[in-house]
Design a protein around this ligand. Structure first.
Ligand code: KIV
Length: 270
């Protein structure tokens, strides 16, 4: 398994870091078999596997349930798990209790939190031994406030993002995820910070990239953002399911090949 030191060394050596989301045992197994450097058990699972409108409905128990399955599927990959909406940023004591529970029980290597307002939390969590990945730029848990749009697109917003990135690094964040920001801004932040910066919709100047498994494999998604490249097409599974339906209804499945042939009824008698 790549550890934090390996990831930081990759940045120093200008080696790009790959990260993909996974939410269950089979997807985690695939990601590990593909030798991707990091897995994110993202709260995007709210939309991709639970069918919610946004990440806002996802609970700590949901994250724990899925992260444990991912860990079983990918025992040798650096796994990051999202703290879902409402479980952090409300009350420091409760935030730390939630973070400890998620980190301890999920088997993940780090937790991830969204927003530049959480520097005090990052500091405290780091202090008690919980590694924290910070997520800035477009933060989907705040979609009701900011919408799904590019962030850091004005001088003031770009300066604020730079200041937030520096602040989360100072607070102890081990990695930064930067979502939906202009590529020159993302490249500038990546060059300034010592910690690896993983981009999504942030251009090619970051230290690594993350994509959502279901988006990149076209698995149950109706539309994707501009920054998603589709590397596979799981939607062909629908054709397979249609074929199965036809074969069941025409009694061509199961054929002999898929049938136990022992003639037991001769022994049972009539
Ligand atoms: O939940 C998620 O999948 C994420 C990525 C978009 C970075 O946070």
């Amino acid at each position: 398994m790549k550890n934090l030191r390996d990831l930081h060394q990759m940045k120093q050596a200008s080696e790009k870091i790959s990260m993909v989301t996974a939410y269950d045992y089979p997807s985690a197994k695939q990601v590990e078999a593909a030798e991707i450097d990091m897995i994110l058990v993202g709260d995007s699972l709210g939309m991709t596997v639970l069918g919610y409108e946004s990440t806002v409905d996802v609970t700590l128990e949901d994250m724990l349930h899925h992260a444990k399955a991912v860990r079983r599927g990918a025992p040798n990959t650096y796994v990051v798990v999202d703290m879902p909406f409402g479980t952090v940023g409300v009350d420091m004591a409760i935030d730390l209790k939630n973070a400890t529970k998620l980190y301890q029980q999920s088997g993940a290597n780090a937790i991830k939190v969204e927003g530049g307002h959480l520097t005090a939390f990052i500091e405290q969590a780091t202090h008690i031994g919980v590694p924290v990945v910070a997520h800035l730029g477009l933060t989907p848990q705040s979609v009701g406030v900011m919408g799904y749009r590019m962030q850091g697109a004005t001088k003031a917003a770009a300066e604020k993002l730079i200041a937030d990135a520096q602040a989360v690094e100072r607070a102890g964040a081990v990695v930064l995820v930067l979502e939906a920001v202009p590529s020159d801004l993302a490249a500038h932040i990546s060059a300034q910070l010592e910690i690896p910066v993983i981009g999504i919709g942030a251009g090619n100047g970051t230290d690594g990239q993350v994509l959502v498994y279901h988006d990149m494999l076209s698995y149950g998604v109706d539309r994707t953002a501009k920054f998603v490249k589709q590397y596979g097409d799981f939607s062909t599974g629908i054709e397979a399911l249609k074929q199965y339906d036809v074969e069941v209804k025409s009694s061509t499945f199961p054929s002999e090949q898929y049938t136990y042939q022992k003639q037991i009824m001769d022994e049972v008698g009539k």
